[in-house]
Ligand binder design. Structure first.
Ligand SMILES: *Cc1c(COP(=O)(O)O)cnc(C)c1O
Length: 370
């Protein structure tokens, strides 16, 4: 048997396609388009193209480097920078993206100047703060900000947006979403019909967007986690009909021993602070395995092991698990598959030690080291 390299992330394009198509269709019925957010996959072109085939209306990323990577790979889509542009990156933002989400007039003025210099039009969405206290201007500043952007050359005001749930866990609901609609109406009433896009939020908006509630003016969502993991982030519930295993992490057993449950000797701090206490009255031996993956590669708290395997501890490059109850066969060299949450996925995608393998249920391995 030829062993595949480990550790690796297996990214199944067929499952990702299914997830995206299903959400695009369900939201289309509600008049909502999907901007697929590529940051968690670092702009992996295979994933971006899969989402475009599935019908998303554009791509967004928080980092200009990821957008540059997709442009270089000829991914053809409207690209949105979803984090406020840095002043130090204005020229790249204008060159590589069509649209950016903004909340600072100082940035807007420089975007206008940069777009004028290269004779292009850059589109702008204003982010409004609706309670989560991350990005966005306070609503009372929207009108004067729109007035200013309308007077600046080479900028096109596209609409407004908000982001909830990411910092404080504030849930998108009828109240804050109808406030966003009212802001769109008020802006149109003042300036004529200029609000084309009302971007209601991220994956945390799905509960609200797919409920029977009126969606008002909201006509766009920016989705990452839901497309990748098939789950909504507010209660981390699986979304009906979506695959939760489109991306899996595979790690390899490098040690397998019967060992006592309890450490012995004088106990001080471990590599990452206090060691997890062994449970009271845990005695005797367990079958302990070490996997060649660690905190440098992944957030161990975000991993779900197979049935019968329990994560005991982790350090920089070791993951210690109890396999006593595991029914499958396991030995040194065995592969163990994990499901990941968003935090674990983000870190694993970013680790240079983890291979990113793109697969398709139909075509097998598409790209062994993307
Ligand atoms: C990351 C991000 C998203 C996507 O969030 P998910 O929870 O992955 O859907 C949307 N909007 C902004 C501004 C973001 O930073």
């Amino acid at each position: 048997m030829i062993q595949q390299p480990t550790p690796r992330l297996q990214i199944d394009l067929d499952k990702l396609f299914h997830n995206a198509q299903s959400l695009v269709n369900r939201l289309h019925k509600r008049g909502i388009s999907v901007t697929a957010i590529t940051k968690a996959t670092l702009g992996l072109p295979e994933v971006a193209n899969t989402w475009l085939r599935a019908g998303v209306s554009g791509l967004g990323d928080s980092r200009i480097e990821n957008i540059a990577k997709m442009r270089a790979a000829q991914v053809s889509a409207t690209m949105t920078l979803i984090r406020a542009p840095m002043l130090s990156q204005i020229d790249e933002v204008v060159a590589l993206t069509n649209l950016s989400l903004n909340s600072e007039l100082a940035v807007i003025r420089l975007l206008s100047a940069a777009a004028k210099k290269v004779d292009c039009i850059h589109e702008v969405i204003f982010m409004v703060e609706l309670g989560d206290l991350r990005e966005g201007m306070m609503p009372e500043f929207l009108e004067s900000s729109v007035r200013e952007v309308l007077g600046l050359p080479n900028l096109l005001f596209k609409g407004i947006g908000t982001n909830l749930a990411c910092r404080s866990g504030v849930s998108p609901d009828a109240q804050n979403m109808s406030q966003l609609s009212r802001l769109a109406d008020a802006t149109d009433a003042t300036f004529g019909r200029i609000v084309k896009v009302v971007s209601g939020g991220n994956s945390a908006n799905l509960d609200w967007a797919l409920s029977p509630a009126s969606i008002g003016r909201i006509n766009n969502l920016r989705l990452g986690e839901a497309l990748l993991l098939g789950c909504e982030p507010l209660h981390r519930k699986p979304i009906n009909g979506l695959h939760a295993t489109a991306i899996t992490l595979v790690a390899e057993v490098i040690e397998l021993k019967d060992k006592p449950c309890k450490p012995w000797g004088t106990i001080a701090q471990a590599a990452f602070g206090e060691a997890k206490p062994t449970r009271e009255n845990e005695q005797g031996q367990i079958k302990q395995a070490i996997l060649a993956i660690g905190m440098q590669d992944v957030d161990p708290d975000g991993l779900t092991p197979p049935q019968g395997i329990q994560i005991l501890a982790s350090s920089s490059d070791h993951l210690v698990v109890d396999v006593s109850a595991y029914k499958g066969s396991i030995k040194v060299g065995s592969e163990v598959l994990f499901q990941l949450d968003y935090s674990a996925l983000l870190r694993a995608m970013t680790s240079p030690f983890i291979l990113k393998m793109v697969i398709s249920s139909e075509k097998g391995v598409i790209c062994e080291n993307c």
